[in-house]
Structure formats: C-alpha cells, structure tokens
Design a protein around this ligand. Sequence first.
Ligand code: CMP
Length: 139
Amino acid sequence: MTEYTLSIIKPDAVKRNLIGKINSILETNNFKIVAQKMLLLSSVDAETFYGVHKEKPFFIDLCKYMTSGPIVVQVLKSNDAVKKYREIMGATNPQNADENTIRKLFGKSVEENSVHGSDSNENAETEINFFFSSREILD
Ligand code: CMP
C-alpha cells in the first residue's frame, strides 16, 4: 500500500556533505521525495519533536545535537514506506546496522546516526504535520 514517512538527514550527515548520497540511496530504492527542506531546529522544536523521549537519559544531549546544525526534512512516498525506510536506514546504533544500510554506511554513533525515520504510520502523520503544510507536499 502506498504510504508516506518522515525522514530527517541529521546534522552529522549534512555537515559531511552526504545529502546527495543519501537522496541517491532513497531514489534508487524507489522512494519518491515529495517534500524536502533544510532548516535549523530551535530547542523548543527539538524538545517537542522528540517529546516521547523526554524521560530518557539521552534526551538533553539528543536535543542539543539536533540543534547543532542544519538538518534536511523530507516526506518520502513508496509502497510500505515506513517499514521499507526503517530497513534501508538500519539499526539505531550504526554498529548493529546491516551492511549497506544508511546508518552502517554513514553513521558515526548512536547519536550521530545520520538519519531519522518514522517508526509507525501514526507517528509518520504526526511528524509530517510537524514540519510540513499540505501545500509543501507535492505528491
Ligand atoms: P532517532 O530515530 O532520531 O530517534 C531518537 C534518537 O535518539 C535516535 O534516533 C538516536 O539517534 C538518539 N539516541 C541517542 N542516544 C540514544 C540511546 N542511548 N539509545 C537510543 N537512541 C539514542
């Protein structure tokens, strides 16, 4: 079934000029990038976006890291987009990620893991609406 998921190219990957390489992997895997923009998250944005993790010991560092430089946010469209993107991203910790996944290829640590992808269709909708208005999604 056609689905949408939210992708973030994180500060570590933007800083290392990996936007093009990551987009190439997405397009090679038949994702259509139907929305994309670069922005710098405010602290409030990061704390809100990652609100589900606010009790976790890594929350403050995560928010600090996600506001440390520009990110690229994207809406990806494909069959089974949520599950498929999670497979292509690889495990949260790049050390545990399968070969040729984005995080294995480019991730440096569990924090600097290069990309984020929604973990369910429900969260995909919430996360897409957090960053994009309907007129920015050119489907
Ligand atoms: P992401 O998919 O963006 O969702 C939450 C993020 O928290 C996760 O990727 C990791 O980059 C980050 N994170 C930082 N430290 C940890 C940790 N110890 N365990 C899990 N996630 C972590």
